[in-house]
Design a binder for this molecule. Structure first.
Ligand code: FEO
Length: 398
C-alpha cells in the first residue's frame, strides 16, 4: 500500500493524497464512485523538484507530510502542470513557506494561478513544449504543453533517464488507488474509470487529443511509466492507456446501443423496455443498455452513450417540453461533443406532445445524426406504438 513518500522509480517519490471520501467532483458535475487521488511527485536528483500539489482541503496535511520527507528549503523548483484546484490548491500554503522557489508552468497557468490565488510576487518561469529543466545527475525534465487536455494551461513533463511521463489529468482516472501501480490494482475497475474520465472530461477536446498524441509520438520518447495526476501510475504496459486514448479520441463506438429515458407514469418506460427487446431481437450481438435518468448517475449514462454507436432517447411531454431530467441530459450531451453517432426519439404524451420534437432538436444540437423514425405515443402505448418501435429498432441497428 502506498504512503506519502513511496518510491515511484529511483529518486522519484509519490507525495500525493488518497481521497476516499470524494463523491462529487467539479462541483456536482462528476459523480465519483471510487474516490480519487491527487498525485504529486518529488524528483530528488542533484536538484529537488516538486511536480504539482494536492487539493486545498488537504493543504496543511500536504505541507506537513512534505516537510517530513524533505526540508522545504531543499526544494529547488516547483513544476505546476495545471492550475486547477485539485492540483494547485495546496500551492499557496506551500508558497508561504518557500516564497522564492521558482514555479515552472505555461503562460496560461500563470494566468490561472494568479487568477485564483493572487501570487503576483511568486517567481514564475514560463515554459513551452521542448523547453527543459536540468535536474542534475544527467537527467532533465522536458516540458510538453497539453493545451486543452483539458484546460488551456495544461502541461506534461518527461523525466529523461527514468523515462517517466508526468501527464497530469491525461491518462488519469478518479480512483482512490491504495496501490501506486496499475499492475497492483484492479485493472478492470481502473480502465472503467479511465473511460468514464475520458467520456466526461476529455471528450469535448478529442480533436486536440488526437493531435497531441501524434505530437508526442513524433517526439520518440521512451516511456517506461506514465504518472498522471489522478489514480494509478502506469508501470505495466504503460502505452496501453495511450492506445486506448487513440481509439477514444476518434469517434469511438462499440457495437452498443443505449436507451436513455425518463418516465412519469410508466408509458415511456414501457416503450423503452420494448425497444430494448426489439433491438436485441434485430441484432443479438449488439449490447443494449437501458439507462433510466432517475436510477443511473449521469456520468455512467454518458459513458454508455460515449461507447454506443447509436442511442434512443425517450421522455414524456411536460408543459410543452421534456422533463427537467431530460433537459439536463440534453444540455450535458451537447457539452461533450460526441461524434459519429445516431439518435432516435420516443415518448408518451397526454395533450400537446412536443417531447419527441424537443429531443430531436437536442440530439441535432449535440451533433447526432437524428433519425426520422420515432414513436410519439398518445397516452399509453398500444399495439400500433409497439409496432412503430420495430421501425425505430431497424433504423438504429441498420
Ligand atoms: Fe483538471 Fe485534475 O484537474
Amino acid at each position: 500500500m502506498k504512503k506519502f513518500g513511496t518510491t515511484v522509480k529511483n529518486n522519484v517519490q509519490w507525495v500525493g493524497k488518497i481521497d476516499d471520501d470524494l463523491r462529487k467532483f467539479h462541483g456536482g458535475d462528476y459523480d465519483v464512485r471510487h474516490g480519487s487521488t491527487y498525485n504529486a511527485y518529488l524528483v530528488r536528483e542533484e536538484k529537488n523538484v516538486l511536480i504539482d500539489t494536492v487539493w486545498e482541503p488537504y493543504d496543511d496535511e500536504f505541507v506537513k507530510n512534505l516537510e517530513k520527507t524533505i526540508p522545504l528549503d531543499k526544494i529547488d523548483y516547483i513544476v505546476m502542470n495545471h492550475g486547477e484546484k485539485d492540483h494547485s490548491g495546496a500551492l499557496p500554503a506551500l508558497m508561504e513557506r518557500i516564497p522564492d522557489v521558482p514555479i515552472y508552468c505555461t503562460a496560461n497557468a500563470v494566468k490561472s494561478l494568479q487568477g485564483q490565488y493572487g501570487g503576483s510576487e511568486w517567481n514564475f518561469v514560463t515554459v513551452k513544449t521542448g523547453d527543459s529543466l536540468d535536474v542534475g545527475n544527467g537527467k532533465k525534465l522536458v516540458f510538453v504543453e497539453m493545451r486543452m487536455l483539458h484546460w488551456p494551461d495544461s502541461m506534461a513533463c518527461y523525466l529523461t533517464g527514468d523515462n517517466i511521463l508526468f501527464s497530469n489529468d491525461a491518462f488519469g482516472q478518479h480512483y482512490a488507488a491504495t496501490e501506486l501501480f496499475n499492475d497492483l490494482s484492479d485493472e478492470k475497475e481502473v480502465f472503467a474509470e479511465c473511460m468514464t474520465y475520458y467520456a466526461n472530461i476529455l471528450s469535448p477536446f478529442s480533436a486536440m487529443v488526437k493531435k497531441k498524441l501524434a505530437e508526442i509520438a513524433a517526439m520518440n520518447l521512451t516511456i517506461d511509466m506514465i504518472a498522471p495526476s489522478h489514480g494509478v501510475v502506469w508501470r505495466k504496459d504503460p502505452l496501453r492507456i495511450v492506445d486506448l486514448y487513440a481509439k477514444w479520441c476518434d469517434a469511438y463506438a462499440e457495437d452498443k446501443i443505449s436507451i436513455v429515458y425518463d418516465s412519469m407514469w410508466e408509458g415511456t418506460e414501457k416503450l423503452a423496455k420494448d425497444l430494448a427487446v426489439k433491438l436485441k431481437k434485430n441484432s443479438p450481438m449488439t449490447d443494449v443498455v437501458l439507462c433510466h435518468l432517475q436510477k443511473m448517475d449521469k456520468n455512467e449514462i454518458m459513458t454508455h452513450v460515449f461507447s454506443s454507436k447509436a442511442i434512443a432517447v425517450g421522455c414524456p411531454t411536460v408543459v410543452n417540453d421534456v422533463m427537467s431530467s431530460m433537459g439536463e441530459f440534453l444540455h450535458y450531451l451537447k457539452e461533450l461533443k460526441f461524434k459519429g453517432k445516431k439518435g432516435a426519439a420516443f415518448g408518451c404524451y397526454g395533450w400537446s406532445g412536443e417531447s419527441t420534437a424537443k429531443i430531436r432538436e437536442g440530439l441535432a444540437a449535440a451533433g447526432f445524426q437524428t433519425l426520422e423514425e420515432e414513436v410519439r405515443c398518445n397516452w399509453n402505448p398500444n399495439e400500433e406504438d409497439f409496432a412503430a418501435l420495430e421501425t425505430v429498432a431497424k433504423a438504429l441497428t441498420s
